[in-house]
Design a protein around this ligand. Structure first.
Ligand code: GLN
Length: 227
């Protein structure tokens, strides 16, 4: 019997930012991936990844082409039907509050974020993170995760319903609220697949056998625009 992850189709929001690296990560784990640019495509996926990028650009796109797509993501995310993983900019986009800014956001997760909290691009850094959620089952997985922070936001406030899964400098850097999952760092630029595996495992556990059987192979041809 094939591993469950092989049946999953994971969408990666592909308007801007590091979406190709996320596609490669989920495909290395045996799942299929789909670049998401239109709201209709959301019906076909088992989970959505919102990559790192630039939130002011994502904000601008909402007024130009992506308004309906964003509203549909909010609807599906709020209903609990769609598991969503936001990386770095994706964390900002999923948040209900962005400190000092009123830019477009999905308004889903009960967190307040501060953009560029560690400084500009040249202040980007790597830090070893202890994350028990990704090391629970296998002793060979218990080493620290290489957290790469690139103009990262910080999560300055999280309500009690948000489960903090890892911290750096006393603030959450990985967190979950039911079907919503965020990391302020970038696992897709490492070879370490443990964070993506964690997300896929959440997707798998939220799917029952009937839903899995109804997943059909779906091809959506769109021209690829470079970010
Ligand atoms: N600093 C970016 C923003 O505010 C996020 C950076 C990233 O996703 N790597 O949108």
């Amino acid at each position: 019997m094939p591993h469950m992850q092989e049946s999953l189709l994971i969408g990666v929001l592909a308007l801007q930012g590091a979406f190709i690296e996320h596609r490669q990560a989920v495909e290395r784990l045996g799942a299929r991936s789909l670049e998401i640019r239109f709201k209709e495509q959301l019906q076909h996926i088992d989970g959505l990844i919102i990559p790192g990028g630039e939130s002011t650009c994502i904000d601008k796109l909402s007024r130009e082409i992506a308004g309906e797509l964003y509203s549909e993501i909010t609807k599906l995310g709020a209903s609990g039907k769609l598991p969503i993983y936001g990386t770095c900019m994706g964390t900002i986009f999923l948040a209900k509050e962005i400190e000092g800014a009123n830019q477009t956001r999905l308004n889903l997760m009960d967190i307040t974020v501060k953009r560029n909290a560690y400084g500009p691009q040249k202040a980007s850094f790597e830090a070893d993170l202890d994350i028990s959620a990704i090391s629970m089952n296998a002793s060979e997985d218990s080493h620290p995760f290489p957290g790469i922070f690139l103009r990262a936001p910080s999560i300055v406030h999280a309500k009690e319903n948000v489960q903090v899964l890892a911290e750096f400098d006393g603030l959450p850097v990985m967190a979950r609220q039911n079907n919503l999952f965020v990391t302020t760092f970038h696992p897709e630029v490492t070879d370490d697949l443990r964070i993506h595996k964690y997300f896929l495992d959440q997707v798998c556990t939220s799917k029952n056998a009937n839903e899995m059987a109804s997943v059909t192979t779906f091809q959506y041809e769109v021209s690829t625009s470079k970010s």
